[in-house]
Ligand binder design. Structure first.
Ligand SMILES: [Zn+2]
Ligand SMILES: [Zn+2]
Length: 406
C-alpha cells in the first residue's frame, strides 16, 4: 500500500522544518559566493551542523565542510553531497529575496542543494541511533568551475571513514515541482575544454596577400569542425563540440595575426572522446596549414561522466515512490551533455553512485527559465521539504541495503 505523503515520518519532519529550510535557502540566495569563496555559506553550514552535535571538518578542499553523522556502527558510510557555489550572473528574476551581490547569482540551485542538505542533517541527527552506518554530509565548493570535488577528495573527504556509496541531487527546471527524475547509466558527460590558437601574419587589410589572414582561417576552421563532428563520429554515439568564444585582430583595417577560439567537447564514452581529441587536433592543424597558418591546439580534460548505478537507482525509485507516490517518479530518457564534478566521488572511491533530479517548476508554468539563466527561480517552499525528506530517507534505506549486502 503506498503511503500518503503526510504519513511518511521524514516528509512530516521536513514539512515541519519548511520555514527554516526556506530561510536558509533565501539567506544563501541573497549572499551568493563564487567558487572557493563560499566562506559565509560554509560558516552557516558549519554552525548548523555543530548545533546538532555533528562532528564537523571545515576548510576541506578550500571552503568545503564535512559533517559525519555516526550511527551505532561506523560502517557502511554513505556520502551525500551538496554544492555551495554561485555563478557570475546578474540576477534578473523578480523575487523578493534577490541576490544582494552585483553580478553574482545562485542560478543553478546550489543554494537549494545546500539548504536541503542542512535539513537532512537535522532529520538524520534526530535518527542517528537507527542508522545502519554513517552518513557523511559533504558541502562542496566550486562545482561550476574549479573542480571542488577533486579538491575535497585530495583533502581526504573519501577517507576516515571510507565511503561505500555517493549520492547527490540536482534541481531541474524541466521537471514539475516535487517530481524525482531518475536515469540509470551515464547522466552527465565528459566536459573537456578546447582552445585553438591560429597564428598567421599581419598585413595591411588592403594588401591581404602580404599577410596570412587568421580570421579567414578561423572561419573555415569553425564551420568545417562541425562537419567533422557530424561525419567522423558514429552518429549513434552522442557528442557535441561547441565553440563559445572567439577573439582576434587589433583593428578593422589590419589583417589579424592571431585568433584564439575556445570551446568545449562533450561525450559519454572514452573512445569517442579520444577520437574527437585526435581528429579535432589533426583537423585544426591541417586547415591552418593548408592556408599558410599554424594552429596550436590545447585539449584539457574536465569532469568525467556521472554514471548512475542501476541498483541505487532502483532503490531510490522504490523509496521516493513510497514517499511521494508513483506519479512523482519520472524515469528520464536522455542523459545530459552537461558536466558535473560529482562524478569524481564515485569514480575515485570506486563505489556506486547516483545523481538524481528534483523538479522545481510549478505545474502549469510553460516556459521555465533553465539553470544558468538570469531569470532562474523556483518555488522553494514546495521544493525544499521534498528534497530534504527524500535525501534523508534514501540515505537511511541505502545504508540498510549496503549493510545487508556487506
Ligand atoms: Zn550549474
Ligand atoms: Zn549545478
Amino acid at each position: 500500500m503506498p503511503r500518503k505523503p503526510a504519513q511518511d515520518p521524514f516528509l512530516a519532519h521536513a514539512l515541519r522544518m519548511k520555514r527554516q529550510l526556506v530561510q536558509w535557502r533565501r539567506q544563501i540566495h541573497q549572499h551568493p559566493e563564487l567558487a572557493y569563496g563560499e566562506t559565509q555559506t560554509a560558516a552557516l553550514v558549519s554552525g548548523h551542523l555543530r548545533s546538532l552535535g555533528i562532528h564537523v571538518r571545515a576548510g576541506v578542499g578550500g571552503t568545503g565542510v564535512v559533517g559525519l553523522i555516526r550511527g551505532p556502527r561506523l560502517a557502511p558510510t554513505v556520502l551525500l553531497r551538496a554544492d555551495m557555489d554561485a555563478l557570475p550572473i546578474q540576477e534578473a528574476a523578480d523575487v523578493p529575496y534577490r541576490s544582494k551581490v552585483a553580478g553574482v547569482m545562485h542560478a543553478c540551485g546550489h543554494d537549494m542543494h545546500t539548504a536541503m542538505l542542512m535539513g537532512v542533517a537535522s532529520l538524520l541527527a534526530a535518527r542517528a541511533g537507527e542508522l545502519a552506518g554513517s552518513v557523511k554530509l559533504c558541502f562542496q565548493p566550486a562545482e561550476e568551475s574549479g573542480a571542488g570535488a577533486l579538491a575535497m577528495i585530495r583533502d581526504g573527504v573519501l577517507a576516515d571513514p571510507p565511503i561505500d556509496a555517493a549520492v547527490a541531487l540536482h534541481v531541474h527546471s524541466r521537471l514539475p515541482e516535487g517530481v524525482v527524475g531518475l536515469l540509470t547509466g551515464p547522466v552527465t558527460a565528459f566536459a573537456d575544454s578546447l582552445r585553438i590558437i591560429v597564428r598567421g601574419r599581419s598585413a595591411h587589410a588592403a594588401a591581404p596577400h602580404e599577410g596570412i589572414d587568421t580570421i579567414v582561417v578561423a572561419a573555415h576552421l569553425i564551420t568545417s569542425l562541425q562537419s567533422l563532428v557530424a561525419r567522423e563520429i558514429d552518429p549513434m554515439r552522442q557528442r557535441v563540440v561547441s565553440l563559445g568564444m572567439i577573439g582576434g585582430g587589433t583593428a578593422p583595417n589590419v589583417v589579424a595575426e592571431s585568433v584564439t577560439i575556445d570551446g568545449t567537447i562533450r561525450s559519454f564514452e572514452e573512445p569517442v572522446r579520444r577520437r574527437l581529441f585526435a581528429r579535432v587536433r589533426r583537423h585544426a592543424k591541417a586547415v591552418a596549414q593548408s592556408m599558410g597558418a599554424t594552429a596550436e591546439v590545447e585539449l584539457s580534460e574536465g569532469y568525467p561522466p556521472q554514471v548512475n548505478d542501476a541498483r541505487l537507482v532502483d532503490l531510490l525509485a522504490g523509496c521516493a515512490g513510497s514517499m511521494l507516490g508513483a506519479k512523482a517518479i519520472r524515469r528520464m530518457d536522455d542523459p545530459s551533455l552537461g558536466g558535473e564534478d560529482f562524478a569524481f566521488y564515485g569514480r575515485e572511491a570506486r563505489v556506486p553512485s547516483i545523481m538524481f533530479r528534483l523538479g522545481i517548476t510549478p505545474r502549469g508554468e510553460k516556459n521555465p527559465a533553465p539553470g544558468h539563466s538570469p531569470l532562474f527561480r523556483m518555488d522553494d517552499e514546495a521544493v525544499a521539504p521534498v528534497g530534504t525528506a527524500v535525501l534523508a530517507r534514501y540515505a537511511t534505506e541505502l545504508l540498510a541495503d549496503l549493510a545487508r549486502h556487506a
